[in-house]
Structure formats: structure tokens, C-alpha cells
Design a protein around this ligand. Structure first.
Ligand code: 13P
Length: 248
């Protein structure tokens, strides 16, 4: 089973209408590398202008609520971000797990709600530094996958992202062996949960990916792409990652 590489950006709480021009060159790089998929998750207020500006680029949300509507002040439903132009959403990002105390069960509900509305989903998992130091990284990730991946997940709409929390925004990355080990375990866990469909599900690595380390990380077995924070904010930093994936 060949899985197309996916290079996905996550702007987090960064960007404004004034920085949307960065997407122009990102969209051009995506079009110039038709063998891979490129996507950018951005703040909800920017989804509509970004989708209008670069209609060929997959623009997504960074989170959605698990419910379709209701009394949830400040939250956005999957239908709302889809109406604004989102084609996908991230769910279960570690910053939402830490800042908003979201659980794997929450991520499950959000993934299911997004899928129901026709959005693709990038669901995040990953251990803390303390968990890795205690030798528990593999068990933590397995448990997160078990609790958060919907049993109808398949590669047509669902992507998993392994993002060790201690590698996010720190400039530190696991060794290639450590990344390969977790991705292999994640693939095996997906197989237990969704059977043969697991072979079609992309597993991204995220955490301090840059133009300098992307090619080596993307070459690791079972690494089907990358989820990129800081280096997705400008075309200057993001385009080399797209090109590294496109050259594989
Ligand atoms: P950095 O690329 O800034 O480490 O962020 C990774 C991340 O959290 C993407 O979702």
C-alpha cells in the first residue's frame, strides 16, 4: 500500500489577514509537487479569507466541538468551520490536551463529529517528557490511540499524528529509531482497531520539523508526512519541507 505523503502546517494562535500572503507561495509549492498532499490548519477567523485566496490549497481548522450545536460559548462546530471553507480539522492536539484539559475521549468525539460533517481529520497523540523518561512512551501512545481513533477510521478521511510533547517548539526531536519505533507500534495498534484499513491511514510525525531535518524524518518507515508548527508560518521555512517531501 503506497500512502501519499502529507505535509500539514499548524499555525496555532498565530497569523492575521496581513500574513495570509505567505499562503501564496505555499500554494504554488503544493501545485508544483503533485505527488504529495499539502494542508494548512489556521485560526478559525482566517479560514474564510484563506480559502478564497488560495482555493487550490487545503485549508483546515485547528479544533472543532464534538457537538453539532448548542450552549457552548466560544466553541465552533464542524459544520461552522466547513461552511467557512475548512476541508479538515486537527483534533486532540497536545496543546488543547494541556491548556483545555481535553482527553482522548474528547478527541474521539471531535473526530467523529468532523467526519460526520465531511471534514478530514488529523488526530494527535504523543507522550510527555516525564512519560518518555519513565519508559512509558509506547504504552501512553497505544492507550491514546485506543481511546481516540473511531472504529470506522480509514485513510480516505483519517490521519494520525505522533507529536511527542517535549519535541514541540523545542528544537529537539527523538532519534530516528525512536520515531520509527512509535510509528510501527501506532500502525500495529491501528490494525488491531480498524483491520486492513490501517494500511491506508497516514501517520505523521510532528515536533520541531524543519527544512533541515524533514527529508531524513520523512524517510523513516511508517512516517507518511509531517505536522509542522513554527516552520509552517512562513513560506520561506515551509516550502523547503514541501519540496523535501515532494522529492521522495
Ligand atoms: P513545532 O513544529 O513548532 O514543533 O510544532 C509542532 C506541532 O505542534 C504541530 O502541531
Amino acid at each position: 500500500m503506497t500512502r501519499r505523503k502529507l505535509v500539514a502546517g499548524n499555525w496555532k494562535m498565530n497569523g492575521s489577514r496581513a500574513t495570509l500572503h505567505e499562503l501564496d507561495a505555499i500554494a504554488r509549492a503544493a501545485a508544483a509537487n503533485p505527488g504529495i498532499d499539502v494542508a494548512v490548519a489556521i485560526p478559525a477567523t482566517l479560514i474564510e479569507p484563506a480559502s478564497a485566496r488560495v482555493p487550490g490549497l487545503a485549508i483546515g481548522a485547528e479544533d472543532v466541538h464534538a457537538n453539532a450545536s448548542g450552549a457552548h460559548t466560544g466553541c465552533l462546530s464542524a459544520a461552522m468551520v466547513r461552511e467557512a471553507g475548512a476541508r479538515f480539522t486537527i483534533v486532540g492536539h497536545s496543546e488543547r490536551r494541556s491548556d483545555q484539559h481535553e482527553t482522548s475521549q474528547d478527541a474521539w468525539g471531535k473526530a467523529a463529529a468532523a467526519h460526520k460533517e465531511g471534514l478530514s481529520v488529523i488526530l494527535c497523540c504523543g507522550e510527555t517528557e516525564a512519560e518518555r523518561d519513565a519508559g512509558r512512551a509506547e504504552r501512553v501512545v497505544q492507550a491514546q490511540i485506543e481511546k481516540s481513533v473511531p472504529d470506522n477510521a480509514d485513510g480516505a478521511w483519517f490521519t494520525l499524528a505522533y507529536e511527542p510533547r517535549w519535541a514541540i517548539g523545542t528544537g529537539r526531536t527523538p532519534t530516528h529509531d525512536e520515531i520509527g519505533a512509535i510509528h510501527a507500534i501506532a500502525r500495529a495498534k491501528l490494525r488491531m482497531l480498524v483491520g486492513d484499513a490501517a494500511a491506508g491511514i497516514r501517520i505523521l510525525y510532528g515536533g520541531s520539523v524543519t527544512g533541515a531535518n524533514a527529508a531524513a524524518i520523512l524517510a523513516i518507515d511508517n512516517v507518511d508526512g509531517a505536522l509542522i508548527g513554527g516552520a509552517s508560518l512562513t513560506a520561506e521555512k515551509f516550502v523547503p519541507i514541501i519540496e523535501a517531501a515532494g522529492a521522495m
